[in-house]
Design a protein around this ligand. Structure first.
Ligand code: GLU
Length: 462
């Protein structure tokens, strides 16, 4: 839909009547998990209960003296969801909406993401409740240092390894490394955090990795026939919500691969140019003005209109709960590729599934970031630097393998619904209507199975 004024955000939606959609991210993560467990009748109930909960959640509070001379107290969290497959791994975000339940959800998604893409980490996530837009660089550095000191030995190269997330970047990771190094001098601490600047042990290709992974997953899924009549991203009309690390680089990489990026947005504005936006110009414009607003050649549209823009690939690359019960009917795309974590609610998932619009789920589509974080961690342990081709070709292998596995699982599960139903009955589990699964549920089942079998191989201690 190229006429923004014609866009209607879902009045008359079939799901508008859904009273009180629960948007608590941790409840959503648990719903997704529970849904996948329906298709895993052999898993012990107690093991399911264990895998659903985080291992620990640390809350810290600390003051900093802000640039304006005031003293302000900040709340930070670090959640370690599960460490069966390795140390905790996951980003740290700075955002006013950070909460204990958001961090719990994001940490659990990291567990499943690492299992889907096959990197030997558990899931973790952290955040500080703050608005970086109202803080100076010095304030953010102080917040980062106090956070690392407050977390103490809860992070470490073989314990829990942070990385960038919303509103944090290589510079933040350098502060994390530096603070940790001061506290633990005399050993190689580079692998304590990933996403570092390249001259400080960061990996080539890490900054682009989340977006590149999205492109690789989308390309692989299209090549394998996920969308009839669309075998590649070439020529595809792409809409991207969010113009941070994932969204802006996805715009560049999808355009490089021959797609046409027709609409982009950030937290302040959304813009449309049906003839195609030049991502490099958009990046330069945002660097200069702080927003994509008034980008040359574009017309302004609303945030709701952006999501409702008719396209071939819609890439939510911002925050959670963007595609939900009240706007899902307005979505007009052939494929959703989740660069963000948790952008689609379970209700919206069901509607998109019913409408035949596949969603490449976050735990697959955005797993390129943590995959190259794993490469960075390996390089740091060995004190090596791989070249960019090596990083990208390895990333391609990981993304292809994970995408193939999820698509294969989708087919396997949907062909054996009767069998799964019988197994449920044999085990005396409640009778449920086992509907064909979507890609998210397929990805979850593979991931849960992977973590569960490691838990059983290791043996529940003692
Ligand atoms: N924050 C990113 C994510 O959500 C990257 C995590 C990492 O590299 O550890 O996947």
């Amino acid at each position: 839909m190229n006429n923004p004024s014609a866009v209607v955000t879902a009045p008359g939606s079939t799901v508008l009547g859904t009273p009180g959609e629960d948007l608590n991210p941790f409840h959503i993560a648990q719903q997704q998990f529970d849904r996948a467990c329906l298709y895993l009748p052999k898993l012990k109930a107690g093991l399911i209960e264990y895998l659903k909960r985080p291992d620990r959640l640390i809350t810290v509070e600390f003051p900093i003296e802000t640039e304006d001379g005031d003293v302000r107290t900040f709340v930070g969290y670090r959640c370690l969801h599960n460490q069966m497959r390795g140390p905790g791994k996951g980003g740290i975000r700075f955002h006013p909406d950070v909460s204990a339940d958001e961090v719990r959800a994001l940490a659990s998604w990291m567990t499943w993401k690492c299992a889907v893409v096959g990197v030997p980490f558990g899931g973790a996530k952290g955040g500080v409740v703050c608005d970086p837009k109202t803080l100076t660089k010095n304030d953010l550095r102080k917040i980062t240092r106090r956070l690392v000191v407050a977390l103490g030995d809860a992070i470490g190269p073989y314990i829990d390894v942070p990385a960038p997330d919303v509103n944090t970047n290589g510079e933040t990771m350098a502060w994390i490394y530096d603070t940790y190094q001061v506290l633990h001098s005399g050993k190689n601490n580079l692998p304590v955090v990933t996403g570092k600047p390249v001259d400080l042990g960061g990996s080539l290709g890490r900054r682009e990795a989340t977006a590149r992974g999205c492109l690789f997953a989308a390309q692989r899924a299209l090549e394998s026939g996920l969308i009839p009549g669309m075998s590649s991203v070439e020529g595809a009309k792409v809409v991207i919500q969010g113009f941070g690390n994932a969204g802006s680089i996805a715009a560049e990489l999808f355009a490089e691969a021959g797609a046409r990026v027709i609409a982009i947005s950030d937290s302040r504005a959304a813009v449309l140019d049906p003839s195609g936006i030049d991502p490099a110009l958009a990046v330069a414009h945002k660097a200069q003005t702080g927003s994509v607003a008034e980008l040359a050649g574009t017309v302004p549209i609303s945030a709701a209109e952006l999501l409702a823009t008719s396209c071939d690939i819609l890439i939510p690359a911002a925050l959670e709960n963007q595609i939900h019960a009240r706007n899902v009917d307005s979505i007009q795309t052939r494929l959703v590729v989740e660069a963000a974590n948790g952008p689609t609610t379970p209700t919206a998932d069901r509607v998109l599934h019913a409408r035949g619009i596949p969603v490449l789920p976050d735990i697959l589509a955005n797993s390129g970031g943590v995959t190259v974080s794993y490469f960075e961690w390996l390089q740091n342990i060995e004190n090596e630097q791989w070249d960019l081709d090596q990083v990208n070709s390895k990333l391609l292998r990981y993304m292809n393998r994970a995408t193939d596995k999820v698509i294969a699982l989708l087919g396997e599960i949907n062909e054996s619904l009767d069998e799964i139903g019988q197994q449920r009955a044999e085990r005396g589990l409640v009778e449920v209507d086992l509907e064909p699964v979507d890609l998210r549920t397929a990805a979850y089942t593979g991931a849960i199975q992977r973590v569960a079998s490691v838990a059983l191989e290791r043996g529940i201690w003692p």
